[in-house]
Design a binder for this molecule. Sequence first.
Ligand code: GCU
Length: 598
Amino acid sequence: MAVFQEDIHNTAYEAKYREPRLESGGLINTAGRNCESLNGRWNFAADWYDTCRRADWFKEVTTNAAGLPQPVDWDWEGWERIPVPACWNLEKPELHYFEGTGVYTRTFRYVPKEPGERLILRFEGAAYNTCVFVNGTFVGSHDGASTPFNVDITAAVKTEDFSFTENRIVVTVDARRSPLRIPMDNTDWFLYGGIYRDVYLYRLPPVFIKDWFVRLATDGGIDADVYIANAEGGKVQGTVCLKIPELGVQAEAAVQDGKASFHVKANAERWSPESPKLYEVTLGFTAADGKTRDQTHDRIGFREIAVNGTDVLLNGKKIFLKGVSVHEDHFALGKTTNEDIIRQTIRDLKEMNGYYLRLAHYPHDARFAKIADEEGVLLWEEVPVYWAVAFDNPGTYADAENQLAELVLRDRNRASVIIWSVGNENADTDSRFAFMSGLAKKAKALDPTRPVSAACLINHDELRIEDRLTSVLDIIGINEYLGWYDPDFSKLPKILANSAPGKPVVITEFGGDARTGQRGTADDLWTEDKQKALYEQQIAVIKQCSYIAGMTPWIFYDFRCPRRLNRYQEHFNRKGLIDADRVRHKGAFYVMRQFYGE
Ligand code: GCU
């Protein structure tokens, strides 16, 4: 049957794009690697009815079986262009609430430099389901809006006729919300769409260093696991060399089953917010046949984060996590960020005398943890298992676990990251307990060095911190809105007195909305005066509670939110300590600055 007829009747067309899945198992650690950027203006069309994937536009069939020209509905070079990275919602007014599938396309030239070279295409983030096509071949599909993925496109690119051959990439990005996705279709933040983070090409040898995990060992030395991949699938034989020149570390280990492990003695200066010391770490691989070599490097801080009773210890010393929650939401760029925005956020945090951030509610741009490593900021990182996800749906669990694995693999070498969070504000049900316990176990399996947490709810009937999930958490996050959603603030001291969590508790959210410049009494909702008074009340109670080891009030900046529609909110959640303009500070900011400065 001719192509155009098939696309009309095939309602199960998405099944064509289930495999190959681009997931954490194939994720390559790209730290220290050279890359070629594919950022820039790509041709784009809002494909409202997903016709590209129904009718296989990427195959570029323009004649029928008899070779006669037939009309097509796509027009790569005739389409408008939008920037990559960007959220399409902010590129054109008519795309602001577009939640369908965007089709992106561009060409690139590729001239191999080394024999056997592999060409890897990597996306740092695209929301939500991304299908990648190269020269008419479907090369893979990824689910998840906030974690990186990569695909080996060596077999799909043309390399003959070197300098004149153009390779075409077509990418479909389906931003539809769904009750089965992570996050699901109801969130208190704006779900942007598009290729909103960077896109790169990497050239790797056929046998290469795929990943590594280098960290402080429990005996004060250094542990390292280095993973080697063979793109052609064969067995890997060879040696890995680990060097940390400043520590006089130079060690070699044989690769066994794709991994080389090290435990070396060293006396590394501990990384901390006061002294964010980073060491150059070089990794080298030499194949047994001496032919293939690969090397890369990373800058790593060595520190210990631990829990003891109700205390959180950094390098053996009890700390109070002086922080604030922050969304990856910018009034002009949406979920797309850049180094300037990240550095300004950290400057704002330090102006508030803080040194800890809850990167809510999903993995933020990879650069955040890298810059936090340099700046001495501690981070809570989280997967968007938010509110009422489909806890009893196996496909949803697989999606959540894969996003968690992609986050942990991406950032486990970052000293700044101290806590993995498996979710936020989920009802305490059996299916949720099984789902999130599974995620906690997965996080520990990939990284036994960091505590696992989640933002849990208070049992408001019993006025107690009570949530079965806390039994599998190392640190208990608690969201409480006494003084705002529950106006009877007197309950907070009762709740804290009624609870005996036996583990550190971090108040992951408290706060209230204030329209910048709106003034009134301490009881007038939506005013800066009410927000400021609420913060003063919260701090006065929280500071009395010995098992509270930190706080990240909600939230640093006002952020875009389609649920917030009253005259003070106007499509923004106004709980920010700083206005969405990221300039005007509200009165409550100075309350936090004073408390953290004590
Ligand atoms: C919840 C939720 C946040 C939300 C906040 C609010 O606790 O975790 O995502 O924005 O409360 O209601 O403002």
